[in-house]
Design a protein around this ligand. Structure first.
Ligand SMILES: CC(C)(COP(=O)(O)OP(=O)(O)OC[C@H]1O[C@@H](n2cnc3c(N)ncnc32)[C@H](O)[C@@H]1OP(=O)(O)O)[C@@H](O)C(=O)NCCC(=O)NCCS
Length: 174
């Protein structure tokens, strides 16, 4: 497959495609059969919880009750998704969401890119778009919880572990 990055991922380098205010053409590539495949970022498309859980399942995350996933989506501040489109077919290949107090703080959750298309810069672009959307809402403090194996991924995007010695702390029911 030949991947052509239309937008290398730098914040501000995107161009609206005209298909929707919050839809951006991120990348296009040509499949082995010569078919052109496009990847879009969206903040407005409806998310099918079955497709989302299939995506999370593909990276080995534990299954979650769909009722709770629906509720989490409903009460999220921002939902970003990546879609692979060939002809009339579209497929969810990336996802991230943020919860927020709508003023100062937002926390990112469920950042995921399908294993078939990982390592092509889509995760970075997805994250940069999420940051861009949150900054547009004047949110200045963006936090997340990084699995140990992805700390470098987030550091490269400008996230700092334990800034000024601040530690993330967790309470779980015993
Ligand atoms: C983490 C994830 C979203 C990254 O998406 P991706 O599309 O593969 O990432 P990109 O191709 O944009 O990679 C961007 C950079 O991060 C690096 N990177 C990607 N995944 C990485 C990982 N697991 N560990 C360390 N670095 C990683 C890449 O090497 C790349 O570096 P480069 O720009 O110097 O080449 C994706 O691997 C994924 O969905 N993983 C499983 C779910 C997960 O762990 N989510 C995070 C939960 S906290």
């Amino acid at each position: 497959m030949f991947w052509k990055s239309l937008f290398p991922g730098a914040i501000g380098s995107e161009t609206p495609t005209g298909i929707g205010e919050h839809e951006l053409l991120i990348t296009e590539f040509v499949a082995a059969n010569g078919e052109r495949i496009h990847v879009y970022f969206s903040t407005t498309r409806d998310i099918d919880v079955y497709a989302l859980e299939a995506l999370c399942d593909a990276v080995g995350w534990a299954k979650r009750p769909l009722r709770k996933v629906r509720k989490a989506l409903e009460f999220s501040f921002l939902i970003g998704s990546l879609w692979q489109e060939r002809g009339q077919n579209r497929r969810l290949i990336g996802f991230a969401r943020a919860t927020s107090d709508h003023a100062f703080n937002a926390t990112l959750w469920d950042v995921v890119v399908h294993p078939e298309v990982q390592g092509k810069g889509l995760g970075k672009t997805l994250m940069r778009q999420m940051i861009r959307e949150l900054r547009r809402e004047e949110i200045s403090n963006i936090t997340l919880f990084a699995d140990p194996q992805v700390v470098t991924f987030y550091e490269e995007l400008g996230f700092h572990p334990d800034p000024e010695g601040i530690k993330g702390m967790f309470w779980y029911p015993s």
